[in-house]
Design a protein around this ligand. Sequence first.
Ligand code: PLP
Length: 394
Amino acid sequence: MSSRVYLDYAATAPLLPEVRRALDAFYDASSNEVGWQANANSLHSDGRKAFAALEDARARIASVLNVRPHELVFTGCATESSNAALTGIVLDVLKHKGQVPHIVTSTIEHDATFKTVQQLEKLGFCQASYVSPNRAGFVELESIKQAMRSDTTLVSLIVAHNETGAINDIARIGQYLSEQGVLFHIDAVQALGKMPFDLGTLPVDLASFSAHKIGGPKGIGLLAVKTGTNLVPLLSGGGQEAGLRSGTQNVAGAFAFAAACETACSDYSVLEAETQRLRNLRDFLYEQLSSLPRVHMTVPCDAGSKNYLPNIVNICVEDVESETLILQLDLNGFSVSGGSACSTHSLKPSRTLLELGIPRDLAQGALRISMGPQTSKEDIDSFIATFEKVLSSL
Ligand code: PLP
């Protein structure tokens, strides 16, 4: 095998060349802007340069997301963003209303949300209801309505699913929740850069993002907090990020996140063309894999469908474990995942796939193929040929 084919973009996307160039410029010690590397909270001129670079990054991302710069809080990752949003709201309600809030979320959330809600519940800080998806992987407004109670304070929902690619109707759900006066947090990690996404017009109060899913570096995330939404901060300390996230800011990370956002999301026609290119690859891969023996498509994604992300195909293979498939494909030069990346080191079948009604033994053979800007038609052709070979050898 000459070169490897990376098909695990939903786990993390390789650094975009534009981002690498931005980081090179940032760290170029000969540059006049060496002050960028100072502490953004220092009063001297180097510190002020770093602060200006941080605020420039914030403003550029705000412009891409169509929100106001002060509504963006830099964090270390999306897991931290979701923890800060959920815990922050729960503590605020406990503090100001003296009551234990009720949260509605879904059974198929990423662990960053799911386990945070479970933890808050176990600690007695909140009560929670978990809504199941329909068989196609979508969380429906009706199910959310049924789970809501008079004391429901917050609903937290994934926008685009990291395993199935199913895209929830956030605009409709958010509209209903805002009419009910219920706060809405979304996990927009997989949605950013893969679909049109205008946070400014969405009826949501809090949104989590991560740079490394769109070709930015690891170690920098964002929490968007709509003006007027009150949170008790998760991290206390020096009061950075308007008191919402103490700790010296990762200016280089923010700078690179802004470059990734602008490259991947700012030009609508570029985004549209790229998502269409990926959708064509997805449809081809889906069609080819669905014709193979022992292969079951996890969700029913019609050709051209915009209800699923353009870059994810998830299958379940009979009589074989994900780990075996992943390792065999790896030996042949392909990087893919089983469940979500965070659970690939566990042998447990994916909670999401079980929730979709997929039998446990079939869910053990799950495989997620996820594509990105560097994925070509040739990559997909050679993946299919190799996958067939691996499948028939097992
Ligand atoms: N939410 C979703 C949907 C994800 O796919 C991920 C990453 O796997 C996360 C949250 C967590 O993101 P991070 O790695 O930035 O903590």
